[in-house]
Design a protein around this ligand. Structure first.
Ligand code: 5AD
Length: 323
C-alpha cells in the first residue's frame, strides 16, 4: 500500500516503471481477457453547467437529441447481437426520462440477459433504488476531483457532499459502483490527484475511469492551454497506481485517452486497464455527444483487432468485479 507521499513522488517523477508493475498486477488479478461494454449515449440534454463539459446546459452551439425508449432497447438488442454482455446507458442529466420510463427500459433490456450499467448522474436514493430493483447492476458516477474547492468552482449549483452521498448510496444499494477523475484540470495539483487515488481505495470502488481533461471550445475552460502529452502521461500514471492499489477492479482504457494519443487504448491496456467501452450509439447521434472535441469513439471491430494484436482475448462473461 502506497502512502500519499509515495504516490506524490511517483506522479512527480519521470520514472514510469509503475506502468509495467500495473500491467503485472492486472495480469495476476484480472487476467488477459478484456471486457467489452456497449455504450449507448441516449440523450445529450443536460441541466448542469459543469465548466469543462460540452454538454453543459449553457452551450447553445449543440444539436440536442433524445432516443425514444424503443430506440434505446433496439440499440441494446443490436449490442447483444454483436456479442456484447454489458450495456452502458449514458446521458446528460436529463429530467425528461422519468423513473418509471427508465425502469421500463431497464426491464426490457434485462430480458436480453446482459448486465446493465447506468451513467446518468446524481439522483435520489429512491431513484437509485428503483433502477436497482428494475435490474440495473452497475452505476458510473465520477467524483471528477476530490479537491473540494476545485470541485465547487467547476460545478456551479452542485455540491461535493451530495456527490459523495450519491456514491455511498449506490454502494449501499449493492450496485457495482464506478467512479473516477479528470486529470489536468486548471489548478489541479499532484497532491489532489493522490487524494483522488486514495479516495478510490477508501470507497472500495468496483470500477474506475480516468481521463485526461480536454478543453472544449464552447465552455468556460475552452481557452485553457494544456500540454496534451503531459496530460496523457499523467492520466496513465494515475490509472496505473489505481490498478496497483485496488488490484481486482475493472478499469477501462478511456475514450479521452484514445482521443489525445493515437495509441492511447493500447498503452492503457498495457498499463493496468482491462475494459473497453465501444460506442454503439447510432452514428447520427454519437457525433452530437460532444463532451470534448474530436471524441474518438471506440469502434468495436478496430477494438477487437487491437486486442488480438497485443495477445489479449475478449471475455466471454458479463465482467463483474473479480472476487
Ligand atoms: N474532457 C475530458 N473528459 C470530460 N468529461 C466531461 N467533459 C470532459 C472534457 N472536457 C468526462 C467527465 C464525465 C465523463 C462522462 O466525461 O469526467 O464524468
Amino acid at each position: 500500500m502506497f502512502s500519499k507521499e509515495e504516490i506524490i513522488k511517483i506522479l512527480s517523477s519521470n520514472d514510469d516503471s509503475i506502468l509495467k508493475k500495473a500491467d503485472e498486477i492486472r495480469k495476476q488479478y484480472v487476467g488477459d481477457s478484456i471486457h467489452l461494454r456497449g455504450l449507448i449515449e441516449f440523450s445529450n440534454y443536460c441541466n448542469r453547467t459543469c465548466y469543462y463539459c460540452g454538454l453543459r446546459y449553457e452551450n447553445k452551439n449543440i444539436e440536442r437529441y433524445r432516443l425514444s425508449p424503443e430506440d434505446i432497447t433496439n440499440t441494446a438488442k443490436y449490442a447483444k447481437s454483436l456479442g456484447l454482455k454489458t450495456i452502458v446507458l449514458q446521458s446528460g442529466e436529463d429530467h425528461y426520462y422519468s423513473t418509471s420510463i427508465l425502469c421500463k427500459i431497464i426491464e426490457e433490456i434485462k430480458k436480453l440477459d446482459v448486465a446493465i450499467t447506468l451513467s446518468i448522474g446524481e439522483k435520489t436514493y429512491n431513484e437509485y433504488k428503483a433502477y436497482k430493483d428494475a435490474g440495473a447492476d452497475r452505476y458510473l458516477l465520477r467524483i471528477e476531483t476530490t479537491d473540494k474547492k476545485l470541485y465547487n468552482t467547476l460545478h456551479p449549483n452542485m455540491s461535493f457532499e451530495n456527490r459523495l452521498e450519491c456514491l455511498y448510496n449506490l454502494k449501499s444499494l449493492g450496485y457495482e459502483t464506478g467512479t473516477g477523475c479528470l486529470v489536468g484540470l486548471p489548478e489541479q495539483t499532484i497532491e489532489s490527484l493522490a487524494d483522488d487515488i486514495l479516495f478510490f481505495k477508501e470507497l472500495d470502488a468496483d470500477m474506475i475511469g480516468i481521463g485526461p481533461f480536454i478543453p472544449h471550445p464552447n465552455t468556460p475552460l475552452g481557452n485553457y492551454k494544456i500540454d496534451l502529452k503531459k496530460n496523457f502521461d499523467l492520466s496513465i500514471k494515475v490509472m496505473a497506481l489505481t490498478r496497483i492499489l485496488l488490484k481486482n477492479i475493472n478499469i477501462p482504457a478511456t475514450t479521452a485517452m484514445e482521443t489525445i494519443n493515437k495509441n492511447g487504448q493500447i498503452i492503457a491496456l498495457q498499463s493496468g486497464a482491462n475494459v473497453i467501452m465501444p460506442n454503439i450509439t447510432n452514428d447520427e447521434y454519437k457525433k452530437q455527444y460532444n463532451i470534448y472535441p474530436n471524441k474518438q469513439n471506440q469502434d468495436i471491430i478496430l477494438t477487437k483487432e487491437k486486442i488480438s494484436s497485443i495477445g489479449r482475448t475478449i471475455s466471454n462473461n458479463k465482467g463483474f468485479r473479480y472476487k
